[in-house]
Design a protein around this ligand. Structure first.
Ligand code: HEM
Length: 512
């Protein structure tokens, strides 16, 4: 009897499980939401797989390239789908122009939160904040307290010290005949600079704190695709009570929370000792305590801001430095011209400084061209808040928009020799700013475009400037392998650039 009951119970369990799975697949894959778009009014859709639609393209290792291939075959304005969720895919400058010129406010929200309470791209941060009061408050703080010309002038000393440290570290490697992994050295430079600029301290290399934060940021990158998928499927899965990847995302978030809580407490103690620096952390803490503040921020808002700064602002500059240096090494004529410009403007008696950059147009063009060919964020993701019409097609409200900036910046209709590294293209007077603004998208565009463009030009320009001014560079095999990897958040190199610096004799003695 007991055995029979057991078998019955087993069958019953299997039946319940089957019912649940059927319900799950029905609501995920087949049931059309009440507000389901009319697919005949959407832009054309290329052939897709049953049930999953175009999911395999988004999960492919080089998503930007798979999507670029798709649009070169089927057109620059497409609709693709993940299960029954539509996504609008844009791959040309002319469609991007129409969107940013006429629908900028409509697409000024990303709405891609995977887990609300996560400090990594959750709902406390600025990246996923809806276009509203909180976003406006934070954007104003960033623009005025971190990035305004007078704030940048005040923090110039910090950047100069970190650039010198970067130069000394490379010099040390050159003297010992050791190779340099460019992304590692650049990461120390960008991380320390940004931390000192925004929170008045850097993470210590000695007690392992710097390694810990780099590890956590790395873990966040590795979760990017999962977070994107979790955010896209959030609505249907929420109904079924399935929090996709929540455990993994919250594990990283909790460890970042612990680290930042320690820093906030440390800062409060310093404030009590009359610390008067006025960096971003002071400003945010003051807003947190201010009952009358324009927007009442919480401790989590402050932590999420710093997490997004580490995750969003450092690796982008690091990858740009690495890719641009790789292009310079592979294009000897560019290296020669760049060095000639730096030697003639800066001379050989001192290290290049960020104040030299406005007088180095070729260096600026080299960095721009590096970003055109290798945008760290090749896909710009937004959401259409309201129904609208683009190029005669009807786009329903709450539809996800993906602009393939990589494809736009290699579009042969917009760029001559689109796959060639030709910095001179940015020196031509024909390339006026207005024309460029919709076909050159490494920083996105519109009101949700990246506010850190100028700062990153300073970071990358001075790092590249130091490397070209002070060293010859040797790579094994003579050429850098330019294979791309897009497993994390940013476009990086499958084989990280590793090369040997040889100090140029006249530039080795700046500090003696
Ligand atoms: C080479 C370096 C960088 C690249 C390529 C880059 C790229 C981007 C891109 C593509 C976006 C999305 C834009 C869009 O949706 O249209 C973005 C957003 C953002 N970036 Fe950057 N970024 C860089 C450096 C920085 C730096 C140094 C900062 C620090 C201040 C920064 C802060 C931000 C912020 C706060 C956002 C969110 C803006 C918003 O949602 O309103 N970025 N960045």
């Amino acid at each position: 009897m007991a055995a029979m009951l057991y078998v019955d119970f087993q069958n019953f369990f299997i039946l319940i499980l089957l019912c649940f799975l059927s319900l799950l697949s029905y609501s995920l894959f087949f049931k059309k939401p009440k507000d389901s778009p009319r697919f005949d009014l959407l832009p054309p859709s290329p052939p897709s797989l049953p049930i999953i639609g175009h999911l395999h393209l988004l999960l492919s290792s080089l998503t930007h390239k798979s999507l670029q291939k798709l649009s070169s075959k089927y057109g620059p304005l497409l609709h693709i789908r993940i299960f029954n969720i539509p996504i609008i895919l844009v791959s040309s400058a002319s469609v991007a122009y129409e969107i940013f010129k006429f629908h900028d406010v409509n697409v000024s929200t990303r709405a891609l939160v995977a887990i609300d309470e996560s400090l990594v791209f959750g709902s406390y941060g600025i990246i996923n904040a809806p276009y509203g009061d909180y976003w406006k408050f934070m954007k104003k703080l960033i623009a005025t307290k971190l990035l305004r010309p007078d704030s940048l002038e005040r923090s110039r000393g910090v950047r100069a010290e970190e650039v010198q440290r970067f130069h000394k570290s490379l010099l040390e490697k050159a003297r010992k005949n050791e190779s340099v992994e460019i992304s590692k050295e650049a990461m120390k430079l960008m991380n320390n600079t940004l931390c000192r600029m925004s929170m008045g301290r850097s993470f210590s290399e000695e007690n392992g704190e710097a390694e810990k934060i780099r590890g956590l940021v790395g873990e966040s990158y590795a979760l990017t695709k999962k977070m994107f998928l979790a955010a896209l499927l959030r609505k249907p899965l929420k109904k079924l009570g399935i929090p996709l990847f929540k455990k993994e995302i919250m594990s990283v978030s909790d460890r970042l929370d612990e680290l930042l809580e320690r820093i906030l407490v440390e800062r409060r103690e310093k404030l009590e000792e009359n610390h008067e620096d006025g960096d971003m952390m002071d400003v945010l803490l003051a807003a947190y305590r201010d009952e009358e503040a324009e927007y009442k921020i919480t401790r989590n808002h402050i932590k999420a801001f710093f997490v997004e700064l580490f995750v969003g602002a450092t690796d982008t500059s690091v990858q740009t430095t690495q890719w641009t240096m790789a292009e310079i090494i592979n294009n000897h004529n560019v290296l020669e011209m760049l060095r000639e410009e730096i030697d003639s403007v800066v001379g050989k008696a001192r290290l290049i400084q960020e104040t030299d950059l406005p007088n180095l147009p070729y260096l600026q063009a080299v960095v721009k061209e590096g970003l055109r060919l290798h945008p760290p964020g090749p896909l710009i993701v937004r959401t259409f808040q309201e129904r609208c019409e683009i190029k005669g097609f009807c786009i329903p409200e709450k539809t996800t928009l993906v602009i393939n900036a990589y494809a736009v910046m290699r579009d042969p209709d917009s760029w001559e020799d689109p796959d060639e590294f030709k910095p001179e293209r940015f020196l031509s007077p024909r390339e006026d700013e207005k024309e460029l603004s919709f076909k050159y998208l490494p920083f996105g565009s519109g009101r949700r475009g990246c506010p850190g463009g100028n700062l990153s030009q300073i970071f990358v320009g001075t790092a590249i400037g130091v490397m070209v001014q002070c060293f010859e560079w040797k790579v094994e095999g003579g050429k850098v392998n330019m294979e791309e990897s897009f497993e994390g958040m940013n476009l990086s190199m499958v084989h990280p650039l590793k090369c040997f610096p040889v100090a140029r004799p006249q530039n080795s003695f700046f500090y003696l």
